[in-house]
Design a protein around this ligand. Structure first.
Ligand code: DLL
Length: 436
């Protein structure tokens, strides 16, 4: 096994040393948090007025959870601890109500996040001689830029291909002898289904590894990818609120994901009670960012369900491993890597005058990719008149949805009263993708 470390001292530090580092960093984050409008109200309300009020790591649990809604309600600057002149980058993710959540990074924060990304890449055995085709979108989404910076730091040659244009992606892989892909698992499987059409065989390519993440996938999907492409696929977990990818990453043993505990404090809680669950038990992942000062975030409820492995890993790293993500404790949908909430769709369709009072959101597998279909009942049968009128209406609904959720779903128009009606709680989402 090709075991490489980026920062061996930290990656293999004994647990006590890691906990000590966490405590020091937590105090320092508290100092920054007290400079934000949000935490300067919240921390004193639980008796934390200075970093000295944190004596042990258990004191973290005095701090209430921070929710996505807190970020939204404090948009855009309520969690900012510094003047914007100190900020060198922002990222955002979309929100349920159209209000995004924003993340601010200072130069020092970006440097720390890049270092963790470099560490993640190195843990897979990738290095300077590798050529990384980065097929995650660049922009407000963290997937593209964060991986890009980390890979450059390690010294890989980066092809900033971003997402889409499959034919060109395959040409790039071929022409530049790409060895590593950064990609969503669904897109990677889709690419495989296109190779024959382009006259390319897997054996013509130089692929060795893929970093797959940004969406839930099963062990079966990973194996399928590995067999089809004859590569090693490494699971990569992260979220924009915690700087994007690089929160947890698999090492060469591909036995679930090392969560970098010097950078993030992880708690696994029962999503109903908020209490910690016993070690090894499934629950919701709660994260505290220890490396971002421009915008501190503590005890953030990710809504992702997973468990922590307690046994050590053969690679020698002491940072505990997070299981693959087993589900969500809310209704967020991830469609080909893009996150959205059913409420965002409802918000848009219900504003369209031709739309009646019932709709349904269907998600299904279409080959390797996910397909989103929004079915709406029309207000009046007469809208189902001419073909041209129908097409115009479908395209109007599609465009308005795209402006909110960034992807354009297929739209189906239905006669009034024809979609399933509910007497109790409506079931709006029909997701027939296979369970993990
Ligand atoms: O998806 C960051 C990322 C980019 C991760 C590239 C990995 C690779 P968000 O758009 O904020 O950020 O979405 C975060 O996506 O809370 C999970 O629900 C889901 N997710 C991310 N990685 C995985 C994974 C990026 N490996 C949300 N397995 C998270 C399952 C994942 N779900």
């Amino acid at each position: 096994m090709d075991i490489r470390y980026w920062n061996k001292d930290v990656e293999t530090a004994d647990v006590q040393k890691i906990r000590h580092l966490q405590l020091q960093r937590l105090k320092s984050i508290i100092a920054s948090a007290l400079k934000t409008p949000f935490y300067s109200r919240r921390l004193p309300s639980v008796g934390i007025n200075s970093p000295d009020d944190i004596k042990t790591l258990d004191d973290l649990r005095r701090i209430p959870f921070t929710m996505k809604d807190d970020l939204r309600q404090n948009y855009p600057k309520g969690l900012l601890s510094v003047d914007t002149s100190e900020v060198v980058r922002i990222h955002t993710s979309s929100g349920t109500t159209g209000i995004p959540t924003v993340i601010y990074l200072s130069a020092k924060d970006l440097d720390a996040a890049t270092d963790i990304m470099a560490r993640s890449i190195t843990a897979t055995g990738a290095g300077r001689t590798d050529i990384l085709q980065n097929m995650m979108s660049y922009g407000l989404f963290t997937g593209g830029l964060c991986m890009h910076y980390g890979a450059e730091r390690v010294g890989l040659m980066v092809i900033p291909a971003a997402g889409g244009n499959t034919k060109r992606q395959v040409s790039l892989m071929n022409d530049f002898r790409t060895t590593v892909l950064h990609i969503t698992p669904s897109y990677l499987l889709h690419i495989h289904s296109k190779l024959a059409e382009y006259g390319v065989k897997v054996g013509d390519l130089a692929l060795k590894k893929a970093f797959i993440g940004a969406e839930p996938h099963s062990e079966g999907t990973r194996r399928k990818i590995e067999e089809l492409f004859k590569i090693d696929a490494y699971n990569s977990y992260g979220l924009s609120e915690m700087n994007g990818p690089g929160v947890a990453f698999e090492c060469v043993y591909k036995n679930d994901l090392h969560l970098w505990e010097d950078a993030y404090i992880v708690e696994i809680i029962n999503p109903k009670t908020g209490q910690l669950v016993p070690d090894g038990q499934e629950g919701e992942v709660v994260l505290t960012n220890l490396i971002r000062h421009a915008m501190p975030l503590m005890r953030y409820r990710t809504r992702d369900l997973a468990f922590l492995h307690i046994e050590p890993c053969k690679c020698g790293r002491t940072h505990r491993r997070l299981s693959r993500i087993l589900g969500r404790s809310d209704d967020m949908l991830i469609i080909n890597g893009v996150n959205m909430f059913p409420s965002q769709i409802e918000e848009v369709v219900m504003k369209i005058p031709e739309v009646g009072n019932n709709y349904q959101i269907c998600v299904e597998k279409d080959g390797a990719l996910d397909r989103l279909i929004v079915k709406v009942e029309l207000y009046s049968k007469m809208f189902l008149g001419e073909a041209k009128q129908i097409d115009n209406l479908k395209s109007k609904i599609g465009e308005e949805l795209k402006a909110s959720i960034t992807i354009k779903p297929a739209i189906e128009l239905h006669e009034p009263g024809s979609l399933p009606a509910f007497e109790g709680k409506a079931v709006r989402v029909v997701d027939t993708r296979p369970k993990l």
